[in-house]
Design a protein around this ligand. Structure first.
Ligand code: NAP
Length: 292
């Protein structure tokens, strides 16, 4: 028996940077892979590597029970799939195109209306990370759909099950990118600060990365406080941190470093202190981000 055919077939629509990486990973893992792209030439390399090239979207979606779509945005997904909704019925659609939670929930409703099982996904890596077990792929949507295709989807990375709300993958994705930009901002600010005294980024960064592990531990502790709505400052209070951030601002001023990021942190801390919450833990600042 040809070992190829022991693996489930999969269709990939959209062969840009990310779609090509997804299709290549399925192919490399031995899954019969059907591909389609608006600009057909982008399928050439995959076809040469053994993928089946579909001439039309309809042909592509009928080739496999599992259909993965990864194009520019949600309007492109709708334009591609609405005309072939009848052919998708009874299959599972995995939408790895970035979008908003609202768009994802609208797609889920559309899919349910056409008897299509639907998973909305968030890819928490770049194309070079596709296929690594350390890469997270977030999924939410039709109950049972992830379990049914878990083995195939594991080829792309570690599938993280967010449950049956199709909007959550996009919501997590957006929040996690925000976290990444905040971390990048803090790291670049600190790197500029250390660099002003001649410290190379490559010398400072390993220490910064170790510190992130400690910070992760703080986050895990504070998550419970946020859920409980109770912020005991028994490890470090906002009062103490408001005093400490002055050293960062001072060091930055002395070196001509842009201080807007730490100034925002100081502003939020000062507000919490003004509201009488200076004795609480830093987790109390979640209030500053919440709508009133
Ligand atoms: P890309 O390289 O620019 O590819 C875009 C793809 O979308 C191409 O296949 C393009 O087809 C197709 N497309 C655009 N408009 C279309 C339309 N109206 N109808 C049909 N196909 C259309 O982008 P990418 O990096 O692969 O990103 C694709 C999606 O993955 C995006 O939603 C992106 O946010 C998400 N994503 C990307 C990364 C990343 O690191 N690259 C990470 C996470 C998530 P043509 O070849 O015909 O132009």
């Amino acid at each position: 028996m040809n070992s190829h055919h022991t693996e489930a077939g999969v269709t990939v629509l959209g062969l840009g940077r990310m779609g090509s990486a997804l299709a290549a990973a399925f192919l490399a893992a031995g899954h019969p892979t059907t591909v389609w792209n608006r600009t057909p030439a982008r399928a050439d390399e995959l076809a040469a590597a053994g993928a089946v090239r579909a001439e039309t979207v309809a042909e592509a979606v009928t080739a496999s029970d599992l259909v993965v779509v990864c194009v520019l945005d949600q309007p492109a997904v709708t334009a591609l799939l609405d005309p072939v909704a009848g052919s998708l019925a009874g299959r599972t659609l995995v939408n790895l195109t970035s979008g908003s939670p609202e768009q994802a929930r609208a797609m889920a409703a559309w899919a349910a209306g056409h008897s299509v099982a639907y998973l909305d996904g968030g890819i928490m890596t770049t194309p070079d990370g596709v296929g690594l077990p350390t890469s997270m792929f977030l999924y939410g949507g039709s109950p049972g759909a992830l379990a049914a295709h878990h083995k195939t989807l594991s080829v792309l990375g570690d599938p993280v099950d967010l449950g049956d709300d199709a909007g959550l993958a996009s919501l997590y994705d957006a929040g996690l990118l925000g976290l990444m930009w905040s971390v990048f901002g803090g790291w670049l600010h600190a790197t500029a600060l250390a660099g002003a005294d001649g410290v190379a980024a490559s010398a400072f960064t390993p220490v910064a990365v170790r510190w992130l592990t400690t910070v992760s531990g703080f986050m895990e502790r504070y998550a419970g406080q946020i859920d409980a709505g109770h912020y005991p400052g028994d490890d470090a209070t906002i009062d103490v941190q408001l005093a400490a951030i002055e050293h960062l601002l001072h060091a930055g001023r002395e070196r001509g470093i842009d201080g807007r990021l730490p100034e925002l942190h100081r502003e939020l801390m000062a507000k919490a202190v003004a509201e009488g919450n200076g004795g609480d833990s830093y987790a109390r600042l979640v209030d500053a981000f919440r709508g009133r």
